[in-house]
Design a protein around this ligand. Structure first.
Ligand SMILES: [Zn+2]
Length: 296
């Protein structure tokens, strides 16, 4: 995928522009190749809605009341679910903690493997499910936490329950955790030239993607563990930053591997051969683990 990461969690107050950011992402990705367009059309043609063409990068945004079969597929005809309808595109889950526990757990398999097994009676069907996950959540249930214009009325117990809805194993599988301040909504109206415009961002992402394909034949996020061990190795300074963070933030092995892939991608965006301390620190910062945690 163009942005070279599988998944991102946006944390910000209501109305800060999380949905707008998510909707913009398909436009930053390169157009579907011929074979990708065929895959997208094939999945759509066996879906309940059918294929209405032309095939474009999908953007799927199921509501938080969605069920496990609706998300991963199933039913009497073993139809593809949202994760497969989002194949080669974007799956946007707004209000992530409001999704059912079973629904969130069902995301782990496709996030890990890019495919989903759909069972129907004794029959097993497999659908592709390589999507870019964009999840969004409020910093707290009332939405006031961290907002300079409002105050949070949530009790510590309520905050704990809200964050506990997201299991550690799921959070581990999210590459980036980014805090979106309320300002971001207004920034969309800023005059062009103030920030990276979409065309330039798409160009940068395309160059980094080409570098990755030339190096390993895959995007960094899709590298197998052994390949990541070969290509996503920090230099001595980078390793020191990483080891310190591992200890202080109590990162799991999986989280460490995710951080290194993101650091590799940052180095690719900067067209640097080595993963240094700066790239590791940026990747760690993007996880925002400490800020996402309740009571911090
Ligand atoms: Zn609150």
């Amino acid at each position: 995928m163009g942005l070279n990461v599988n998944s991102i969690l946006l944390i910000g107050p209501p109305g800060c522009g999380k949905s707008m950011l998510a909707q913009r992402l398909p436009g930053l990705l390169p157009p579907l190749s011929e074979s990708e367009a065929l895959e997208v059309a094939a999945i759509a043609s066996v879906s309940a809605a059918g294929f209405r063409g032309p095939a474009v990068r999908p953007f799927r945004a199921p509501h938080h009341s969605t069920t496990v079969p609706a998300l991963v597929g199933g039913g009497a005809r073993a139809r593809p679910g949202e994760v497969s309808l989002a194949h080669r595109g974007v799956l946007f889950l707004d209000e992530l903690p409001e999704f059912g526990r079973g629904v969130l757990e069902a995301l782990r398999e496709p996030l890990e493997t890019g495919v989903i097994q759909v069972a129907r009676a004794a029959l097993q069907t497999q659908y592709p499910a390589e999507f870019q996950l964009i999840a969004a959540m409020n910093p707290c249930p009332c939405g006031g936490r961290g907002d300079p214009q409002r105050s949070c009325r949530c009790t510590p117990a309520l905050l704990r329950r809200y964050h506990a809805r997201l299991s550690g194993p799921l959070l581990d599988r999210l590459d980036l955790q980014v805090e979106v301040p309320r300002l971001a909504g207004e920034a969309f109206d800023a005059p062009p030239g103030e920030a990276l415009d979409s065309a330039t961002a798409a160009q940068l992402a395309g160059r980094a993607r080409a570098l990755q394909l030339a190096r390993a034949g895959l995007c960094n996020a899709r590298l197998a563990e052994a390949q990541a061990g070969r290509w996503c190795v920090p230099d001595a300074a980078g390793r020191r930053v990483l080891e310190t963070a591992m200890r202080r933030l109590k990162l799991s092995g999986r989280a460490r591997s995710r951080v290194l892939r993101v650091a590799r991608t940052i180095a690719d965006l900067e067209e640097r051969p080595a993963i240094g301390a700066k790239q590791v620190a940026e990747a760690l910062l993007l996880r925002c683990l400490d800020r996402a945690a309740p009571g911090g």
